[in-house]
Write a protein of this length. Structure first.
Length: 273
């Protein structure tokens, strides 16, 4: 569950209200890939945003920021940027059927700017198109869909901890959570290998704590899905493991969305710089 979308949601929101400089937004994307490019999903979106259409030379994130600024000009009532982290069976936050929703489900993430002009909103989905290259594809979103589900950050944090506890208990009772030599080192290595996300000044401390905890739980989930060498699980045991871990995966997504939503709320209310 990579989250360059979380980084862009927070930084672009801060930039749009004048609480961050454009270079700060671009610098925050650097840890996620060696190179970033931008393209509109279709010719209509290209016409609306002045971004390159498919088949044309790609643009850069600086032009994406310019497109967002133009789209949001004069829209004082525009809704806040929204992080979406869809998964099979969990499409909360998506605006409904459409190209953006399909792409976000495939990627497992995306950013929705639900009301950026007369044509509706814009959705942005990052995907890796080559080694070290992250492409941000921009979609028109005519209808933003229902308001996003509100989850208090404190509730999301408690629920994440509780789901970790319950799932650990279930895995132990199934005999699946056996100690595997080196598993702590695997988790630590996974966390070290993860890009170090950069956040704006004024980022709420609770949101930072929840995002860090979500990263840690995600690394534990990855380790929990690895079979002991030479000891592959039976089909029934593997299915039981998937079912035990599914609530934790959901709790990680909910916690990340809640943390980013709180950060956007706080930063959007910051005085303009």
């Amino acid at each position: 569950m990579p989250c360059p979308s979380a980084t862009f949601t927070v930084w672009a929101s801060a930039w749009l209200v004048g609480a961050a400089a454009p270079d700060d937004v671009l610098d925050a994307l650097v840890p996620w890939a060696d190179a970033h490019d931008v393209q509109a999903a279709d010719s209509d979106t290209a016409h609306q945003t002045n971004l390159p259409a498919p088949g044309e030379p790609v643009s850069s994130p600086a032009f994406l920021l310019a497109a967002l600024r133009r789209a949001a000009a004069g829209r004082a009532a525009a809704g806040p940027a929204r992080l979406v982290l869809p998964a099979p069976g969990d499409v909360r936050g998506l605006p409904g059927p459409g190209a953006f929703s399909t792409a976000a489900i495939t990627a497992g993430e995306g950013v929705l700017f639900p009301d950026t002009g007369p044509g509706g909103g814009l959705g942005i989905v990052p995907t890796r198109v080559a080694d070290g290259v992250l492409r941000w594809t921009v979609y028109r979103v005519p209808e933003p869909g229902p308001p996003p589900e509100f989850v208090a950050l404190s509730h999301a944090e408690r629920e994440l901890r509780e789901q970790v506890r319950q799932s650990t208990s279930v895995l132990t009772s199934l005999g699946i959570a056996r100690h595997r030599p080196g598993v702590r080192e695997e988790i630590a290595a996974a966390l070290r290998a993860r890009p170090t996300a950069l956040w704006p000044a004024g980022m709420p401390q609770q949101a930072l704590r929840v995002l860090q905890h979500a990263d840690e739980v995600e690394a534990i989930l990855a380790a929990a899905k690895v079979d002991d060498p030479g000891g592959a699980l039976s089909a029934s045991a593997a299915n039981a493991r998937r079912e035990a871990l599914r609530p934790v995966e959901t709790a990680v997504r909910v916690a990340r969305r809640a943390a980013v939503a709180e950060a956007v709320r706080v930063l959007a209310s910051s005085p303009l710089v």
